[in-house]
Design a protein around this ligand. Structure first.
Ligand SMILES: [Zn+2]
Length: 402
């Protein structure tokens, strides 16, 4: 779909702005035409625009483009904040109405004149070294090449979150490894220290209102110098549940000076890894995902998250490029591995493993398929049994209450 021929005129004291939407393939408007003019009008005494306002027409064109399954190309330019928002809108519309829509691309220039720092405006992201934070750097780099977003300029690593304030050894190792990794993209890591987690302990649950409020508070410390802050996402829109950080919650940490984004539930974990590999491959070399850190190790290699990440990398054929998992015997360590009940209880861990198996099958990664299949079979059986037990309990309870 094309959006073109912007017009602004004054008709009988009213401003009228219009543009033409055109289907470029076989889809037609209900009158059979391939083009339609859309317009808005209001009293000229209220507001007389001095520049072309393409934004509302792109917003109107988007549902048509998605229904027709046509990419959207726009003759004019739109606001850069709106551009990033529209990427999320596309994903949400498609989640809401999967049978009626296709996910489409928007080909448009952005108008940087509204942003204080223009195309070089600073963008900060939390940088734990995990897949989500690396993806943010890689994806903004991809969008920057297209001229529609600024590069990530600021990386924040917080001491006092997953690394305790008292653990200075692990902190020093992590800071040094991540600084090395960031330097491959010409970036520095800014260390931030806080005791908030210690104060929250016993009162505020880490994954309910805990870590998300800390991340957003840290971003707010720098709102005067960094007008966009990215918080890594944890799952696709359709799977998001109440959590410390979510696409429903995080945008509301925005203020007049700073837009906060949950970046981004439109991309799955496997697709994030692939995007890093394509756009900023150096960053993957020291990926850090471990929360266990047995004996102060950067990645322990054998916990559920370490195994899962190695399996993801292996299924995509890029595990050998990652030095932070060197020396671990993934296939050997997966033999006899079982997902524990807390991993089965949260829903998304099992889904991550299922996604790995699907990709391994797709990529004919038969040795991985061989070790993963029994793990998934066992996990699915136990998850079904647990769900069945829960429903029986609920039925008995509701029977007793009648
Ligand atoms: Zn680990």
């Amino acid at each position: 779909m094309r959006v073109s021929i912007y017009k602004s005129e004054i008709v009988a004291g009213d401003v009228k702005v219009s543009a033409v939407l055109t289907f470029e393939e076989s889809f037609r408007f209900s009158d059979g035409a391939s083009s339609a003019e859309v317009w808005f009008s209001w009293p000229a005494s209220y507001f007389l625009p001095e520049r072309e306002i393409w934004d509302p027409f792109v917003m109107i064109a988007l549902p048509f483009a998605m229904v027709a399954g046509e990419d959207l190309s726009v003759e004019g330019s739109i606001d850069p904040v709106l551009y990033l928002n529209l990427l999320e809108v596309i994903s949400i519309y498609h989640w809401y109405f999967p049978g009626k829509t296709r996910e489409v691309e928007i080909k448009v220039k952005v108008d940087w004149s509204a942003k204080v720092g223009g195309a070089n405006d600073r963008v900060g992201t939390f940088f734990s070294g995990g897949v989500d934070s690396l993806f943010n750097v890689a994806d903004m780099k991809r969008l920057h090449k297209m001229g529609v977003a600024s590069l990530v300029s600021d990386l924040w690593l917080v001491h006092g979150m997953d690394i305790r304030l008292s653990d200075s050894g692990l902190w020093e190792t992590t800071l040094s490894e991540l600084s090395d990794m960031a330097s491959m993209e010409g970036l520095d890591v800014t260390p931030v220290r806080t005791n908030v987690r210690e104060v929250q302990r016993g009162i505020i649950g880490w994954t309910d209102m805990g870590f998300g409020s800390i991340l957003s508070a840290v971003s707010k410390l720098f709102s005067e110098i960094v007008p966009t802050a990215l918080i890594g996402s944890y799952d696709l829109y359709k799977y998001c549940v109440p959590h410390a950080s979510s696409p429903q919650l995080d945008p509301f940490w925005s203020c007049s000076r700073q837009v906060v984004r949950h970046y981004t539930s439109r991309v799955s974990r496997m697709d994030k890894i692939q995007a890093i590999h394509m756009n900023a491959p150096g960053l993957l070399s020291k990926v850090r995902v471990c929360w266990e850190n047995t004996d102060g190790q950067y990645n322990c290699g054998v916990c559920e998250k370490c195994l899962r990440t190695q399996a993801q990398l292996y299924a995509l054929g890029i595990l050998d490029d990652v030095s932070s998992f060197e020396g671990f015997d993934l296939l050997g360590n997966l033999k006899g591995f079982r997902l524990n009940s807390s991993a089965l209880g949260n829903g998304y861990t099992l889904r991550f493993w299922q996604e790995i198996l699907d990709v391994a099958l797709e990529n004919s990664c038969s040795d991985l398929v061989r070790v993963l299949s029994p793990i998934l079979k066992d996990a699915n059986r136990r998850a079904h049994y647990a769900a069945f037990k829960r429903s029986v309990k609920t039925a008995i309870r509701s029977g007793l209450s009648h």
